[in-house]
Structure formats: structure tokens, C-alpha cells
Design a protein around this ligand. Sequence first.
Ligand SMILES: Nc1ncnc2c1ncn2[C@@H]1O[C@H](COP(=O)(O)OP(=O)(O)OP(=O)(O)O)[C@@H](O)[C@H]1O
Ligand SMILES: [Mg+2]
Length: 331
Amino acid sequence: MTGTPLLRMHDVGITAGDRRSKRTLVRGVDLTVAAGETMGLVGESGSGKSMLVKSAMRLLPRHAETSGRIEFEGRSVLGFSRRELAAYRSRDVALIHQDPRAHTNPLRTVGDFLVEGVVAGRLLGPREARQRACELMTSIGITDPEHRLTQYPHQLSGGLLQRMMIVAALLPSPKLVFADEPTTALDVTVQSEVMAILREQIRERNLGLLFISHDLDLAAAVTDSLAVMYAGTVVERGATTEVHSRPLHPYTAGLLACRPSTTAVTRLQPIPGRPISAYEAGPGCAFAARCRFATEECRQDRPRLRTVEDRLVACHRVEQISAELPQAVHS
Ligand SMILES: Nc1ncnc2c1ncn2[C@@H]1O[C@H](COP(=O)(O)OP(=O)(O)OP(=O)(O)O)[C@@H](O)[C@H]1O
Ligand SMILES: [Mg+2]
């Protein structure tokens, strides 16, 4: 992939709170997403995935501050005027939420929900918008689209409503889609259907996708590259096939070792301890307290992402420990 990436984040940090109690939520994140690329952002609850996505759309709450650089097609998102920001949010990027019911109004029809954004942003007229929404619905296998437009969110199943969210996200023809745990609320078969639809649309339209999930296997199944987050920082980043088949950071390896396998009966090895937030981390590696390989250096000095073989890893001890890491269970 050549040229300017769609999204580039450089040394992005997020803090929240007032001057007296400022908390670091995200620290020093670098990542890029190119057109046609699907990147997975993976990590446990509280690792900062949603905050990072919100910062890229400038949707953080008022008491939160973003530092570093966020660029969309080379332009500074943090420097956008109000007008540029409105255009960016309505045309360039789209967000698919985890819980569609929380983001729809039960008193308004699906049709109103789908078209109001593009109409308000003057991208399409109301009639055109409804027509395009119907075409999109048909293309992702929703039958009787005209009728669907007249229904209310509670009349649709979770899977169907999430498909509507995909339609809503794609309607303005964005260049980049953020999907924040788009299938977590769905059961497994519906989950894979929705993912297949999303992927096909991304490929057909050459969009960039930042796919957020706490599920490393799910993310690995649908992405080209992966960034693994722990306590507000990226600890490992690289091509999905490499990271998933041979993790180099003890945290990534731990995530793989603790998930149930559908093909092999093995004892699960949970990562000891609990995940922490960025502001709870001491001066050293945030994962040190849960890492069986940690030394005094790890506890005192925060490792930075560095190139190791085919990817980036933030661990002082990669070279010494990689042979001992639990590998993915594939049978
Ligand atoms: N509005 C907010 N104000 C202050 N802190 C917040 C706010 N929202 C989240 N946080 C904190 O920011 C950190 C990162 O939260 P975030 O929601 O980004 O995590 P996440 O990785 O998306 O987790 P999950 O998998 O549960 O969605 C957490 O410590 C959380 O408590
Ligand atoms: Mg989240």
C-alpha cells in the first residue's frame, strides 16, 4: 500500500479529569490505517480502545484531552475547525457502535434513523437517501427494505438492527469505518454473518476499517493487521497472520493461551491478576505485575515499541523469552 494513509495516529495520549486529578487513559499510541486495510485493535476491558477511537473522531467527553498527532489523509484532525470537523464526521469517517439499541431512538423509525445524518449533512436529499438505503439493505441481504424503513428498532432482531447500523455507517460513503465491538451483543452465528457483510463491503469499496474487539481470535479472522493494547498503550503491532500465529509479547501470548479452543481440549491458562488502566501503571512496563518473565528492569523502565523481526513489540525481554511463550493452539 502506498501514498498517504487514511488515518495516522502519532504518539497519541489521552488524559481525563481536572488539574488536581488528571488520569492518563491512553499513552503514546502510533498506528496507521490505509485504504483497503482492516486493522484490529484488541485488548481487555479498560485498555483504552473506545477512548482511542473517540479521540480519532474528536468525540471525547469535555473533560478529556488528547495529545500527539491524529491525521486524516494528512490533515490534522485535532486542528480541524468546527466546520471541517462536521464535514469529517459526516463524510470521511463512520462509527459502528457495540450496542445498536443504545444508539437508536425507540420512538423513531429505522428509516428516519438511517437517513437523518446524510440529509442533515446535505450529502443526499431525503428521497435519494431512502433509495440508497434500500439499495444498500438489498446488497447486504435485507429483504423487503421499504417495509423495514417503516419499522421501529424494537421490531427488529439484534442481528438485523446491527445490519442497519452497517447501512447507516456506509450510507454517506465514508472512507474509513470505526467498528467498536460491532458484534459483541450478537450470538455467534449472527456475529459471523454480520462480520462477513462488513468485510465484503469494506473490500468492495476499498474502505479502511479499524475493528475493535476484546476477542483476539475474532479480530484475527477478519483483519490484515493487529494492534494489541494493554493499559492504554500498544504492546504489539504487526501483520495479523504473524501476530496471531506467533505472538512475541507475553500479553498477546497470554490472551491466546487463555481462550477456549474449539478444536483442542486443553486446560485454559488465565493471565494472573487483573488488567489495569494506564493511570494505575507504575514507571515500568504496565504488564510487569502479571508477567512471569518480568525483571527489575521491566518494573522500573517502560519499554517502548521497537522493531523485532517482522513487527513492533514493547518488551525488554523479547529476545530472551520468545522461545518460552505459549504458542497458539492450532490443530
Ligand atoms: N468518560 C470517561 N471519563 C473518564 N474516564 C473514562 C471515560 N470513559 C472511559 N474511561 C476510562 O478510560 C479507560 C479506557 O476506557 P475505554 O472505554 O476506552 O476501554 P475499552 O478498551 O474500550 O474497554 P471495553 O472493552 O470495556 O469497551 C478506562 O480506565 C475507563 O475507566
Ligand atoms: Mg470500549
